[in-house]
Write a protein that binds this ligand. Structure first.
Ligand SMILES: NC(=O)C1=CN([C@@H]2O[C@H](COP(=O)(O)OP(=O)(O)OC[C@H]3O[C@@H](n4cnc5c(N)ncnc54)[C@H](OP(=O)(O)O)[C@@H]3O)[C@@H](O)[C@H]2O)C=CC1
Ligand SMILES: CC(C)(CO)C(=O)C(=O)O
Length: 342
């Protein structure tokens, strides 16, 4: 299988390094020339919870030739409109584009490369891009080995190609095939809308959010909104890394205290800084429209109010527009909706 990773950033560097180390031939394609040069000159360097130095092959999109059997899509969703049309000449009829991006990217990706060529998956570990060619693994190595990828087809059918993709991805980490791709998409969307959303909206790590009682009230409502939208759209959350997010649905705000131990247990082991916050720090556009924004849009379509996700989107967009980050004083902006929540 001729394989490439499109987007050799925080995740792409780690996944490319591990796949290459474990015997797969994979090209790392990235539009940031300095990053490509560093990867070719010095290899891919992984720090943090894994120390690895691995020679890899990296190219810019302009250097692509021939066609690929498998593209692992690891650019931000904000780059899809630019990256995907340019990918088309390098795909054949049976090429597979596996989007490992956060959010629910399959329909957008399929609109460029075709539904029949699109599959998707959720990534179960975190990473931070440090400098050209260097990425930090911020989750445990155990999370990579056990839960790196959960992949599936848009229509849930178990086609043989999923086994081929699993075989390739397994060189980087634990890979599971699911029949309920949308279930894992909404489960990961809950993880991202809550802690990544609040981390980006307030400029804090997941631990900072977890340690703040008022931020956690917001998190509890954000999660409840994601679950209610997910249900009205006809999906159910699936277990992710042993945690059943359905437990986080609220019947009223009186339920919130009973959910706190669950949050501590699941998020206490991830002291990440959300990739959306890393984008704000770099002055880049974030994926907020593709994460909390997806919940807001789903809510509008199916009549579920999403005031907490709406506020997260608003705060992150304000920071984007200013070209900076917020701080925990911005929690005040949630006062009115916390007051009026039932
Ligand atoms: N980081 C994390 O912990 C996790 C991230 N994800 C998801 O994975 C996806 C990738 O995230 P992450 O690795 O953090 O992203 P990064 O921003 O670190 O990496 C993306 C890379 O793609 C490059 N790029 C941008 N446009 C193009 C293009 N047109 N063609 C080729 N390369 C391009 C970027 O260059 P430049 O910087 O110059 O734009 C960058 O080097 C996102 O959807 C994210 O939500 C999922 C789980 C965890
Ligand atoms: C939650 C996390 C860090 C992965 O664990 C992530 O998906 C992100 O920050 O984009």
């Amino acid at each position: 299988m001729r394989t490439a990773i499109l987007g050799a950033g925080a995740l792409g560097i780690i996944i490319g390094a591990l796949m290459t180390k474990n015997g797969k031939q994979v090209e790392l394609i990235d539009s940031f020339k300095e990053n490509v040069n560093a990867l070719n000159a010095n290899g891919a360097t992984v720090t943090g919870n894994l120390e690895l130095h691995q020679p890899v092959k990296a190219i810019t999109p302009e250097e692509m030739t021939g066609t690929y059997d498998l593209i692992l899509l690891l650019t931000k969703q904000t780059a899809n409109a630019t990256a995907l049309p340019k990918l088309l000449p390098y795909l054949h009829k049976d090429s597979i584009v596996c989007t490992l991006q956060n959010g629910v990217p399959e329909d957008l990706v399929a609109s460029y490369v075709g539904k029949e060529r699109t599959i998707g998956g959720a990534v179960g570990f975190g990473a931070t891009w440090l400098k050209p060619g260097v990425s930090e693994l911020t989750s445990t190595l155990e999370a990579v080995e056990k839960f790196a990828f959960e992949i599936g087809e848009i229509d849930g059918v178990l086609r043989p190609r999923l086994e081929e993709v699993k075989e390739t991805l397994s060189a980087a980490g634990g890979t599971t095939i699911l029949t309920n791709l949308m279930g894992i998409r909404y489960t990961k969307l809950l993880m991202n809308s809550t802690f990544s959303g609040m981390s980006a909206a307030l400029n804090g790590t997941f631990s900072d959010v977890l340690a703040n009682p008022k931020a956690m009230v917001c998190v509890a409502h954000i999660a409840d909104e994601v679950i209610k939208v997910c249900h009205v759209l006809g999906y159910r959350m699936v277990e992710m890394q042993g945690a059943d997010m359905e437990f986080l649905e609220l019947s009223s705000k009186a339920d919130i205290p009973s959910k706190m131990d669950f949050y501590k247990k699941v998020w206490g082991r991830h002291n990440n800084k959300a990739s959306m916050l890393q984008d704000l720090e770099k002055g880049n556009k974030t994926e907020i429209d593709y994460i909390n924004g997806v919940v807001c849009l789903g809510g509008q379509k199916c009549g579920v109010p999403t005031p907490f996700n709406d506020m997260v989107v608003k705060l992150v967009k304000e920071a984007e527009a200013r070209g900076g980050v917020n701080d925990f004083n911005y929690l005040e902006r949630f006062n009115e909706i916390i007051e009026s929540a039932k």
